[in-house]
Write a protein of this length. Sequence first.
Length: 104
Amino acid sequence: MECKITFGRVLSSARRNLGYLQRELCELLQSKYSVEIDHYLLSKLENNYVDIKLPEYDALVIALADIFQLDIEWLETIRQQTEIEESDLSGGIFPVYVREHKEH
């Protein structure tokens, strides 16, 4: 098994070390840093399901470096090395909805 530092792992670990729930971190990012993010996106970022390299996440990365007191150059290096991980849906159970057809 490969073990590597990813942006998502850094984010998740730093958040947990400071005792923030995902929703609490999102509220802080919105109120103090004016970064629009919800816990769904934060979860995707923590699991590397989103391309953190996109410019639209620049302000988020700067805010996170400040909150977690991380060296911005180090965090940027991790950001640039992080690849998107594909979701493994092989073990998933998905609901099937059957619509009843009523005859008149």
